[in-house]
Design a protein around this ligand. Structure first.
Ligand SMILES: *Cc1c(COP(=O)(O)O)cnc(C)c1O
Length: 378
């Protein structure tokens, strides 16, 4: 079945024969046992809920995983994944990481005895140089946020296999519609479902999708024990969002490509970071491992004053955090997503006062361009 069909037909109510086209919202915390020692398959909604189960089934199928767990947020999914590790373990992670993940590692995971090295995971030698005997996992985000660096997932998987490391990939930016890390050798895929999977800037969610029974069992245990599961209503909203994932992603990337090309021609724009531009350093790797380039791009303007004025003058484009929804959002990484990243680290990565990030929505691209054009004018 094609992925666009799967997005629509992958969720069905298997529990009752009502014929409901939309999966019902099972707003029940607990479930009656038919007899002593017997269960309907549902005992308590922290463990499993029929609505959430349908959502998890479809996300697992979209990522070609054997199991998917739906969390209340993307960060809850990352936090649960970190419970796989114990004090003394070392992880190698992408240097240009989502700010919230960086904060979790630096302030919670380190306190719990884990150590990290932040490396440019798009550079194979950099990864190899930092592997030591305590290293247990490689955690990558690709493309990265906001500098759009791409890691070759197959190459990372080969390194991980050779050194006995777990490979986890944050696939939030490209979604399973455009990239399937498990097929490329990853062990765990992570999503902030808040972004493209939900798609409407109205629901928070997170996912872990796994390739093995062993990881499914370990993470299911952590999941039911720590308890950050997705509520039935939000699970239903996610199912609804996913139905239009294919058509949204096509439009997001069509608009992103047009915008990237327009930005390149603007005299006040100095650099454009979009993996779909043939001169992007990772263009070829992207073409090899993904079915498209997605809807995220960053750009640098000529001065801090231009950046700030643009943020104040946009009307259609909204100055707000987050990404992946139908509305075009612009963020100022230095002050928002990456505010907690130490300044020298930020500067070294190129995240400065002239850098802006766009989550390109699915409005008419002419309207987005007209708005940015007026906001960039003197
Ligand atoms: C937003 C985001 C997260 C965190 O997800 P929340 O749903 O906001 O908790 C993790 N990784 C990436 C790449 C994100 O964009």
């Amino acid at each position: 079945m094609d992925i666009s069909t799967l997005c629509i037909h992958g969720s069905k109510d298997h529990t009752h024969n009502t014929g409901a086209v939309s999966v019902p919202i099972y707003q029940s915390a607990t479930f009656v046992h038919p007899a002593v020692g017997m269960s309907t398959g549902y005992d308590y909604s922290r463990l499993q809920n029929p609505t959430r189960e349908q959502l998890e089934r479809i996300v697992a199928r979209l990522e070609n995983g054997i199991d998917a767990m739906a969390f209340s947020t993307g960060m809850a999914a990352v936090a649960a994944m970190m419970e796989l590790f114990k004090p003394g373990d070392h992880l190698l992670v992408s240097d240009d990481l989502y700010g919230g993940t960086h904060r979790l590692f630096a302030h919670i995971s380190m306190k719990n005895g884990l150590t990290f090295d932040y490396v440019d995971t798009s550079d194979r030698e950099a990864i190899l140089k930092h592997i030591r005997k305590e290293t247990k996992a490689l955690f990558i985000e690709t493309p990265t946020n906001p500098m759009m660096k791409v890691t070759d997932i197959q190459e990372a998987a080969a390194i991980a296999r050779e050194h006995g490391l777990l490979l986890a990939v944050d696939n939030t930016f490209l979604t399973p519609y455009l990239q399937n890390p498990l097929d490329l050798g990853a062990d765990i895929v992570l999503h902030s479902g808040t972004k493209y999977l939900s798609g409407h800037n109205d629901t928070l969610a997170g996912f872990l999708v796994v390739a093995s029974q062993e990881l499914s069992e370990k993470l299911r245990f952590i999941y039911k024990t720590t308890g950050a599961c997705l509520a039935p209503m939000d699970s239903w909203l996610m199912i609804r969002g996913i139905k239009t994932l294919a058509i949204r992603m096509e439009k997001h990337q069509e608009n992103a490509m047009a915008l990237a090309q327009w930005l390149l021609t603007h005299p006040k724009v100095k650099d454009v970071y979009y993996v779909g531009l043939p001169n992007h350093p990772s263009y070829e790797v992207s073409k090899k491992q993904a079915r498209g380039f997605g809807g995220m791009l960053s750009f640098k303007v000529d001065s801090e004053a231009t950046a700030k004025r643009l943020l104040e003058k946009v009307e259609l484009v909204m100055y707000a955090e987050s990404l992946g929804g139908v509305e075009t959002l612009i963020t100022y990484p230095m002050l928002q997503t990456h505010a907690d990243v130490p300044q020298e680290v930020r500067q070294a990565m190129g995240i400065d006062e002239r850098l802006l990030r766009l989550s390109v929505g699915i409005e008419s691209v002419d309207d987005i361009i007209a708005d940015l054009d007026q906001a960039l004018a003197d």
